[in-house]
Structures are given as structure tokens and as C-alpha cells.
Design a protein. Sequence first.
Lengths: 550, 312
Amino acid sequence: MADVIASPGLTTTGQPAPRKNYLNAEKGIWSWMTTVDHKRIGVMYLASVMAAFGLGGFFALVVRLYLLTPGHELMKGLMDSESYNRAFTMHGAVMVFLFIIPSVPAALGNFVLPLMLGAKDVAFPRLNLASYYLYVTGAIMAVIVLVQGAVDTGWTFYTPYSTTTSGPVTWMTMAAFVLGFSSIFTGINFIATVHKLRAPGMGWFDMPLFVWGIYATAIIQVLATPVLGITLVLLAIERSFQIGIFDSRIGGDPVLFQHFFWFYSHPAVYIMILPGMAIISEIIPTFSRKVIFGYRSIAFSSLAIALISFIVWGHHMFVSGQSQLATVVFSFITFLVAIPSGIKVFNWVATMWRGNISLETPMLYAISFLLLFTIGGLTGIFLGALATDVHLTDTYFVVAHFHYVMMGGTVIAFIGGLHYWWPKMTGRMYNEKLGAIACALIFIGFNVTFMSQFFLGSLGMPRRYANYLQQFQPLHAFSTFGSWILAAGFLLILGYLWASLRSGPLAPDNPWGGTTLEWKTQSPPITFNFEDQPIVTEGPYDYRPGKASV
Amino acid sequence: MSWFRDIMLPAQGSEYSKQVDDLYMFLVWLSVFFFVLIGGLIIYSVVKWKYKPGVVTPHITDHVGLELTWSVLPLIICIGIFFWGLNGYMQYSVAPGDSLEIQVSGRKWSWAFEYPDGTRSLNEAHIPSHRNVKFVITSEDVLHDFFVPTMRVKHDAIPNRYVSVWFNATVEGEHMVTCAEYCGKDHSKMQAKLIIESDEKYKKWLETGGDEWKNYPPEVWGKMQWEAKGCNSCHTLDGSKNQGPTWKGIWGKTEKFVDGGSAVVDENYITESIYQPQAHIVQGYEPVMPTFQGLVKKNDLNGLIALIKSLK
């Protein structure tokens, strides 16, 4: 694909001398804290979002454990419905703002995007570092909220509950505000990088599809996140000074808050899922050793999803009291989102068709993604259709649906991407067999946890309930049991990745036979990525003999 | 396949709920079809084209016909589903004009109901079957959500606003209202019973207020009504002054009226004062009391009389 002079490869015999790379170029904590290298910032983001995932996951396990039985025998005295409300709020807020939004773009995207473009770094390296420090600031604020006893508003902060309840709600909104700016900075940086720093010869349609996905995400980040910032500031002002924006007793409108909130948070759903889709578009051609099917329709469907995402927010509000005409219009537009998402799935399957498919760990995650995201997408139709949504909204059905999209989709893709680029990032391989076992545990655990919740929701179990009727107990117990399988899978990953860092076999430059530019430099890359400027002459994913370097 | 529906969905309480379920079950089968299709293609590909070294894959970059098929076909299906969902939503949104209207108020953490005749109840509503019943819903504090799973209807309860849902219940028995919008500590306990019963039983309940009074001594029941019906906002039990005369020591007293007449406080006088408060106004008080006709049932009245008798 590209005319690259790769760095000298490893010799297979003896102990190779450690090559100069971005990890060992400079030593000491200070060199990390002041780095403007996109790869180091990506690695710092990666460590941070994984810590956030651990924290959010801890709350998830607590919530599931509490719901094991309606009498809460296991956690008597440890937890009551008030602390339960705080636990599910912190689970949601930490997972959304501290983990899933920055997970793929800021961690993996930061590392991979400039490499894929054949660039030395992102367009604004200092802004990149500033984004990371804003993230850390927001994370510290969130931890302060935890120490102060956490908040019980739900991650959605619906008024007037959020303006009247006690607890450090203002702190929490300000944490999300700061994290929002971190996200905006990353978005601006990526847009500029994609526009200005593509390698010579790389046209828009020669870019890897990962870049298209991250680019579409960045557009949403820059356009939608300010609305969240404004909304949260208004909420904080309302809470402190009672000026009557959202409080109906003094002339405000609580439904207005929901409009503002979802105007950001619906596009944010696509900030979460588009990067996941972007990773899948890389993994599937690599492990099928076949050109991606329908490159342009995948690229354009990313943009289409990004644009439509701005005009469907009202589908979160079908029974909220918004105008009934608006409800009907939002339902119709919502169905339009199904089309580009469907196109992507069919294109990925068509890419595998007549491929030469091997099932290394990243591919196992990609296949898991396809299956789980398909369920997530199809159950979205139940919620887009008005008559069924009225019954299912605000129940466990919604909880199950968005976990299939957010966790079965984005988190699975994130872990797939982590395994895919792990050799490039660390220069080490991990244990392939343990990787497959962990993937199986997560796939099974996930379905046990959340498939049962589709049944709970359909049967009329509302979400955010600390207590429930005895009749729901078996399904709740099933779900809780699944959460333990999931936890085992994640702990296994943590274990073998740790072992890989310490003593994993050294990784070759291109372990999977990938065709995009990041595989044309050494593992791990040098500080400025490439020894020489790559020149691009063809599009990506070309597996014809003599074209690819496999 | 009704057993399949029964494990997925709550009991059907109305004709409307059957229509919602038809769409739901259609979507279940549609989802199963597409999941099997996509899952099948993936498994087939993985098995059939398992990795072999040296295999060269075909260079197929796109296929306009195929891509149009999987864009246009889902679009047509989606538009069809949209109209199917819209059809149900139109029914859900527009209550028939002849509906019995019941006011519902959500507050932390209970549901209060009020009937056209002034009857009020808490966390329990009696509903006649085979009749269009419209609930006009509001909230006294934060957002709540009036959710009746067996009727497949729900709507957020919003402070200072009125919204409505309606249904025509066909299955008698105990149904449930459950709050579906997060509202704090006891969100999950914010439930009310809907007793769907024959028109006859419903009318009897409206008239008598049910049988709960039998569980209490009359003066205790009377004191509960003093609070529940709002007597306590104007009448005290301890002799202190308020908008209306205190009830302490009033039994057997002779009240002087602004029109010059007078009467001894007995059963007849108390009954008149509750049901026709404007008939005689006691000297020194404003004519502000509304009638409690419909709200204070016969049993409640007996309780209130017993309470007043006991306050010597």
C-alpha cells in the first residue's frame, strides 16, 4: 500500500538489543507528565480509562449484588435504597463520562490515528496534553464527589429532582463540564489532524476506515459537547440561585432540561458507538485477509449516522410530555438511523464472505461485536416504534438495549482494538489461548447478564428500582450471576496483559498482516513514528498479491 | 404461540394491550430472523473459509445491487414498522370523549386519586371494567411516571402540568400502577393498586369508600379522616383557634349563627355542616368551607362524629 522504509526487523535468534522507541526514548515520570507525544498521551489515557472502567465496573457489581434478592439478605446493613441510588448513579456517570466517551478516541485513537495517517503527531500536540490534564481534573472532581458521599440523581441529572436533592450535585455537573472540554479538545485536534496531516498521496478515500469513524466522532464531539456544558452550567445556576429555568414552581420547565440534555446525550451515544464501529472496520479485513466490502458506504454511513444523530434526541422523551407531533417526527427519523447501521453490519459480513479467516483474539471480539451489536440494533426498533416504546421505555428493556449497544458494541470493540494494537503499543505479544478464553467468558457473561434484562423489562420491571416484586427474582439472580462471569473475564484480561507487559514475547512489526500504515513502522514505534515520511499510492485493505506487504 | 408471549409480556388487561403485543411479537420474530441470518452468515464464513496459508482472497470492493438491497429493504420494513407503531400511539394519545376522568397526582412516594364526585383515595383506585377511563396526571414535586404494565400505557407525571393516559380494562382483578421515572429513595415502592371491577361494585365503592373502616374503632377512623380529607387545615382537635371552630368540647354546645338562629351540636348539625356548610354560619367565622359531599362517605361521617364526641 505504501512506500515505506521500515525500521530493521528483529532477528529471531538470541536476545535482540532493545530498539529505540517512544517508550524508552526518555526516562522518568517527568518525561511522561510533560510529553506531547500522541502515543504516550494515548497510553496515559489508556491507563486512566481502564482505571475508570474498573471503578465503574465495581459499582456495577455492587448494584447487581444488591439486586440478587428482593430482601437484599446479602447486603443487609451494608446498603439501603439510598446508597443503591448513589451506586447506580456513579456507575452510569463514571462509565459514560470517564470511561466510554474517552475510551476509543482519546486512548486508542490518540495512539493509532496519526500512525494511520503517516503523520508524526496530532496537529496540536500541546492541546492534546491539555486535554489529558482536563480529563484528570474532571476525574479528580468525580472522586471528590465520591468522597463527599456521591450523588443520587442518575447520570441523566433530570430536573427537578437534581435541583432539589441533597449531595454534591453541583460538583458532579462541574466534573462532567470539565470532562466535556477534554472531549472537545480531542475532537478539534483530530479534525485538524485528519484535514492537514495525511501522508503525501493519501486522499480522503485512501484513509483507513478507523480514521473515518474517529473523524465523524470528532465532529459530534465538537458540535454537541458545548450544549452539555451549557446545560450543566444552567443546572448548577438553577440549583444555587433558583432562577427558574427548569423549576416549574417559578416559571421554568423540567422537560426543557430533558431536551437540552438529550440534544447532547443522544449524539453522545454515537460518540460512543462510532469509534467502536471504526475498530471493527479495521479488524475484520485484517483477519479475513480480504479487501473491505463497500469502503465508501461504510465511510459515508459514519457521516450519515453523525448527522442524523443530531435530530433524534426526542426519542428518549416519547412519554415525557413533549409535543405529540414532535414524538411522531422523532420516531420516524429514528428509524432512519437503522439504515446506515444496517449497511455497516452487512458490509462487514460481506467482507468476511470468501475471506481467509483466522480467529485470533481481536477477530473473536469483532465477531462478538457483530452478534451483540445486531441484537442491540434490532431491539432499538422496539424502542423506536411508538406503541411498543410506551410500554418498554423506562424499564429494564432500555437498560438491556443500551448495554447491548454500549457494552456489547463499544466495550467489546474497545477490548478487540486493545488486543489488536497491543503489540504495536507495547512491543509485546499476549497469551493467545487466554485471550480466547477471556473473550468467551465475556461473551457468555454479557449475554447472561443482559439478555435476562430484556425479559424483565418486557414484563414491566421499571429501571432504577432498589426493590422489586418477588416474581422477578429468578431473572434478577440470573443477571447477577452473569455479572460475576463478566468480572472473571475482565480480571483474566488484566492478568495476562500484565504478564505480557512483564514477560510477553517480543512482537513483530506486523503480527496480523495488517495493511494500514501503523503496521509499516516498528513495534513499538519510534517517537516520531516513521524513520522516513511514508508516501501513499493506493487505498487501504488491498490484499492482492504484490500489493500488500503480507 | 401465546405461551411464548406470556413469558415475555405481562397479562393483557385491555384490547389495546393485545394490539401492542402483536407489534411486539412481530418485532421479536423479525429480530430472530435477522439475527439468525447475520449470525448464520458469519458462522458459515468462519467455517467455510477457515484460514489456510497462501490463499489469495478475491478483490471485491463493492456491489451496487447488493448494497442497494440491504439499504432499501430495511428502509421499507422500518417505514412499515413506524406506521404500525404510530397507529397504536394515536389510540394511546387520544382518549374517547365519553371517558370517565380520574385525577392522579404523584408525589414522593405515593399516588393520589380523585374521582369526579369528589371521592379521593391513596395508592388504591377502583376502576369499572369495560369503560373508557382517562387518568389526568400531574405531580406535586419531582417527575414521576404513571405506568400500568398490564394496560401497556405510561406517561411521565410533571409538576404544574397535566397529561393523560387512558384505557378500557377488560380483565377484572388487581392490576398495578408503578412509578417508572426515577424519583429518589422510595421510587421502587411507589406503587398503587388498580382494582378493576364490575360497574356495580365500582359504584358501591364510590358510595361507601370500601370496607377499610371496619378495621378501626370509629373515633380512630374519624381521626384518620380528619387528616386524610383535609379537615385538619381549618379545625383543630386541641382547642386552639384556626379558620374554623375547634372540635374540642364542641359536642353538645349551642352555636349562635350570624343570621340570629342557634342550634345544639349533635349528629344532625354535624352532618349538615359537612354536606351543606353554607346553610348556617357560626358567628365569628367566614363562610369559606366547601361541601364535602362525595368526599366524606357515610362511614367516614360516622367516624368524624365519634371523634368529635370523644373530644370532651
